[in-house]
Design a protein around this ligand. Structure first.
Ligand SMILES: [Zn+2]
Length: 202
């Protein structure tokens, strides 16, 4: 396994890795799986080399040292989904951004969200018991008979996912899309800016 593959495994386990001087710094949203930590330890030197090499490619500002590829990936993914909704789906930019954010919350929750034990309902947190369970796509189970369990489950996980996305700046992008409701006008502004910069317009 090479450094890039170990990094991918670490990110999938919600581990953020950064280099501070000659040290590898770990940041985790929750307790990381011991197997992943062992993997990171075993490849520590290669990971430091890989992250340092990636950082060296970035502009030399102190803030850029903190850029995490996983965050950039999420923002790119969100922007792409919003663009698809807007340009292929015919939604307004604001609506496309809102739908893409909901989609990003689903994706984040499936990748990193809480999993309740199989014998418990993720909604009411009581044992599934002899009641018929509904297996959800996120890996959780709820009581099938009670719609309230489904609602309680979603009301619990969605704000957590929204908060995670907010920390990655995805809420900021949504606000930015709201500021430019018409893509043609922002394109026009960019064009105008170029012309002013080129000295075409005084
Ligand atoms: Zn329940």
């Amino acid at each position: 396994m090479n450094a890039a593959e170990v990094l991918a495994v670490a990110r999938a386990a919600s581990l953020c890795l950064a280099v501070d001087g000659a040290e590898l710094v770990l940041e985790a949203c929750g307790p990381p799986p011991p197997a992943v930590l062992d993997l990171v330890r075993a490849h520590k030197a290669e990971i430091i080399a890989a992250i340092s090499a990636a950082n060296a490619m970035l502009p030399p500002s102190p803030a850029s040292q903190k850029i995490d590829d996983a965050v950039v990936d999420w923002r790119d993914w969100y922007e792409e989904r919003a663009a698809i909704r807007q340009f292929d789906g015919g939604y307004s930019r604001e609506e496309a951004g809102r739908l893409a954010k909901g989609e990003a919350e689903d994706r984040w929750h499936r990748a990193h969200g809480e999993r309740t034990p199989r014998n418990l309902c993720a909604g009411c947190r009581r044992p599934i018991g002899s009641a018929e369970p509904l297996d959800l796509i996120d890996g959780n189970r709820i009581h099938l008979v009670d719609l309230d369990c489904l609602i309680r489950h979603e009301n619990r996980w969605r704000p957590v996912a929204a908060q995670a996305l907010k920390l990655m700046g995805i809420e900021t992008l949504l606000i930015e899309t709201r500021r430019h409701p018409d893509p043609r006008s922002s394109e026009f502004e960019r064009e105008l800016g170029r012309e002013i910069a080129d000295g075409v317009l005084a």
